[in-house]
Design a protein around this ligand. Structure first.
Ligand code: LIP
Length: 314
């Protein structure tokens, strides 16, 4: 409730900035700075204002909790750690590049991790008027409606990548090694099976990780994959996804708040290692209890076999 109230409090500043900010804005208070110096990674006064406000509200209410935020971290030389302490992980504007281009697919992300496990998540997409919320063991919702929004029998059970829609990101690291690896992976995911590809039904690159993962939680995309997202890009969205019945994977295993603890093979500290596959809730096949979970694992494995799962940073 605290995270929801704070996200709603900063919503008007987000909306106001969205319409007034531009990469080459005449008003310097709303112009975008370039973080990496490559033209792709930007930050605006709105990012800074929202992060400051969210942090100050959280500090008032939870003075002993740790805070990790995208803009504060960047200002401090990019060092951050998710420890066992209760830690709020905040992206004031996820998808700043979308924000400065007035592309509505951008939002505020406020997550809480305890013992390194995501336990609370609020993703607010003010321009689309979508508020996603979840808390461990309490389900996930969009504007109060339980996730996934698309449900069986309309929500089908994909058995191969050829039936899957995937959201992914090209990211703002434009170095040859990282971009080469991402693009090679995109090609292989799309390529025909007879040429060794996964022939995935489609790939969408929309510019922001937290709304990407909410699409998976909603049931309108089967999976999300990215190399290089930061904790603040996905902390809140991961618990929203897993409370909707989804799971996250890396080469080492899988994790989800709705998966029995004894079956989780991805250790909590690995959730933050900046390579993430997220798969949506998959209904069981008729008469085959547990088959949905098996198919989630299978799809993640299929993706991992096809993509270049390079460590990040490389
Ligand atoms: C964005 C992330 C995305 C990544 C982009 C960018 P930001 O967040 O959501 O996953 O690919 O490069 O980092 O920096 O706009 O908040």
């Amino acid at each position: 409730n605290t995270a929801i109230a704070i996200a709603k409090e900063v919503g008007p500043a987000f909306k106001d900035g969205f319409w007034r900010t531009g990469r080459f804005s005449a008003d310097s208070a709303f112009a975008a700075d370039d973080k990496l110096g490559n033209g792709a990674d930007c930050v605006t006064e709105v990012d800074r204002y929202i992060e400051k406000t969210v942090f100050s509200r959280l500090r008032e209410i939870y003075p002993t909790h740790k805070l990790v935020g995208e803009e504060t971290t960047t200002e401090c030389g990019n060092e951050y750690k998710v420890t066992n302490d209760p830690t709020w992980i905040v992206d004031p504007v996820d998808g700043t590049n979308n924000f400065v281009h007035h592309f509505q697919y951008t939002g505020i992300s406020i997550g809480l991790a305890i013992n390194k496990e995501p336990v609370v998540g609020v993703v607010y997409l003010p321009i689309l008027d979508e508020l996603y919320t979840a808390a461990h063991g309490q389900g996930a919702f969009m504007n109060g409606q339980p996730l996934p929004i698309i449900r069986p029998p309309v929500l089908t059970t994909p058995t191969s990548l050829a039936e899957c829609s995937m959201v992914c990101e090209h990211g703002s690291d434009r170095s040859e090694k990282v971009m080469g690896s991402r693009l090679a992976s995109f090609t292989r995911l799309l390529l025909d099976k007879k040429h060794g590809g996964g022939c995935i039904q489609n790939l969408r690159v929309l510019g922001a990780a937290c709304p990407d993962i909410t699409l998976v939680a909603k049931g309108v995309a089967e999976c999300y994959w990215e190399i290089g997202p930061h904790a603040w890009d996905f902390a809140a969205a991961v618990i929203i996804l897993t409370e909707s019945g989804g799971a996250v994977f890396d080469g080492a295993g899988w994790w989800g708040s709705s998966i029995p603890e004894s079956e989780r093979t991805l250790k909590p500290h690995n959730i933050w290692n900046r390579r993430l596959i997220a798969v949506r809730f998959i209904p069981d096949l008729p008469g085959k209890p547990g088959s949905g979970r098996e198919l989630q694992k299978q799809l993640a494995k299929d993706v991992l076999e096809i993509v270049e799962d390079i460590p990040y940073p490389p």
